[in-house]
Design a protein around this ligand. Sequence first.
Ligand code: R7I
Ligand code: MG
Length: 309
Amino acid sequence: MTFTLFPDTRLTLARDALAGLSVGDALGSQFFVPGRRPDDLAAGRLPAPPWEWTDDTEMACSVVAELAAGARIDRDRLALAFAQRCEPYRGYGPGAVRVLRLIRTGTPWPVAAASAFDGQGSCGNGAAMRVAPLGAWHADSTRRAAEQARASAEVTHAHPEGVAGAVAVAVAASLAARARLDGGRPEPARLLSAVAGALDPAGEVHQGVRRAATLLGRPAAEAADALGNGSRVTAQDTVPFTLWVAATLLHDYPAAIRVCVEAGGDVDTTAAIVGGIVAAYTGVGGRGGVPQDWLTAREPLPGWVTTPA
Ligand code: R7I
Ligand code: MG
């Protein structure tokens, strides 16, 4: 079935995904503060606000601002936006800090991105962490979501696995948003198989997503053990588990975020990825959606994304 998706609807879907991504990021990063325990969240005890967001949200805001302004990713503009808006204290990965500094000082992004990690390019989870709103924007086409995710990734992540992580998350968010419009929840195994189908079968992210499908129905701790919880900060070690969580708990944002917090590892980023995909389906407020009090506790998003000039 094909249908027309009006720009306002695309923007609403992308903004809901951004709300879920930023709340996941901001709440997840609270659990790096000494003394915070995942049990508190399970018992309904929330950290004191404000929950400050990190690089995941800062970069996702640039992706959404680009879409709102031009409906498609212009790689030169996106690279510059990432570089100019980077506040290094937000917790950027070391490779990203360097690549963005090079771009800011005039190095073309293809050269800067290719130079990371001794010329391998970054396979960090940074391209995946910022892309769910782009997938939601493309609720009408997983093909377009994949193609645009690739464009958004390669300005900083030249390694094929870093790009594959972004493609996987964008396709999942596209399917989640599409399911919201259609009014039916995708079966977890079908969601994972559609994501795997968009990836190079020789890649590690692809293999991880296939493995995630074999772990559906198993306890979350077992899935995190087998798939990784992001503690290596790479796409391969992060994306398969986040897709397992999103596919399993697509209807329940708070539960999905709690699973990320309990799994440990790169919690702000696993919760940002999962939160972005799940909120593309659940929306904000309402049953299973991003809770209003969590949204209020999150540090406000930058003015340039909430009220563009
Ligand atoms: O991918 P990136 O933007 O990192 C995002 C993560 C998120 O968790 C953020 O919240 C923030 O904490 O960082 O930044 P990069 O520095 O490009 O990649 C992240 C990490 O992945 C690096 O610091 C490396 O540990 C690892 N990594 C690699 N290791 C070996 N070889 C990335 N690429 C390589 C590689 O090619
Ligand atoms: Mg972060």
